[in-house]
Write a protein that binds this ligand. Structure first.
Ligand SMILES: [Zn+2]
Length: 244
């Protein structure tokens, strides 16, 4: 008697590996599917597959020039190219509720509006990664390109923005995506700190704080202590520091 043959993609396998499962009878297939979806059975969790979609913002000569200017004026760093040696990951939320709208804010080279930031430099704000509410990860800039997202710490920090805010708390899918993305980044770079943007001022006065104007500060609440608590629980084995 031929067995029904079921092919499925397990969400727990990052939707990237297809498993084939033999199931018996007529009722079992659905139950087996459910169990596999819930447990990720058959997946090798030690080898998760991360999927990142490239969605680059403009990084032209002008953006590089403005980045170098920011590095010099704000961080006091004279460099020849706008690159960073990543030692920190800063997690954010966008307070803008769609990928496209956020992309359109980060894409221009020069900052628009935001008078409190304009005075500090013409370089537009951005981040390296943008995580949608369903956990889809987009890369806006190469990991080691300079981006303006966290005062005093940009020169060493990779920024991850998550679509959400006080009107839409970050999702479990985003928590999972941030965990996997940071774990992957830690395998590539010597990441010592993982912080929420709301925690950045804790680094003032520390060895790693590099901002030439002690009064240039903005008050941040993203992504909030609850999301960071859950993220740190998941990242615990990697022993990142949360403060200076
Ligand atoms: Zn932020």
């Amino acid at each position: 008697m031929p067995y029904p043959y079921l092919t499925l993609q397990s969400a727990a396998c990052q939707a990237s590996r297809v498993q084939s499962v033999r199931v018996y009878g007529r009722i079992l297939p659905l139950a087996a599917l459910l169990i596999l979806m819930l447990t990720g059975a058959g997946c090798d969790d030690s080898d998760p597959t991360l999927r990142i979609f490239e969605k680059p913002i403009i990084f032209n000569e002008e953006r590089e020039h403005l980045s170098l200017e920011y590095m010099k004026v704000r961080h006091g760093i004279e460099a020849e190219s706008a690159v960073i040696d990543p030692r920190m990951v800063v997690v954010h939320w966008t307070a803008v509720y769609s990928i496209e709208e956020t992309f359109d804010i980060f894409n221009p080279v020069r900052l628009r509006g935001r008078a409190e930031l304009q005075d500090a430099g013409a370089l537009n704000v951005s981040a390296h990664f943008l995580v949608d509410r369903d956990g889809t990860i987009f890369r806006l800039l190469p990991d080691t390109t300079f981006a303006r997202h966290t005062i005093g710490l940009n020169y060493m920090a990779i920024g991850i923005e998550n679509i959400g805010g006080s009107q839409a708390p970050l999702t479990r899918a985003q928590l999972r995506a941030n965990t996997e993305l940071i774990t992957w980044l830690a395998g590539k770079y010597d990441i010592e700190y993982v912080i929420g943007h709301h925690e950045y001022q804790d680094f003032r006065g520390s060895d790693v704080w590099m901002e030439t104007d002690p009064d240039y500060l903005t008050y941040k609440v993203d992504p909030g202590p609850e999301f960071m608590r859950r993220l740190r629980e998941r990242l615990k084995p990697l022993e990142f520091k949360s403060g200076p």
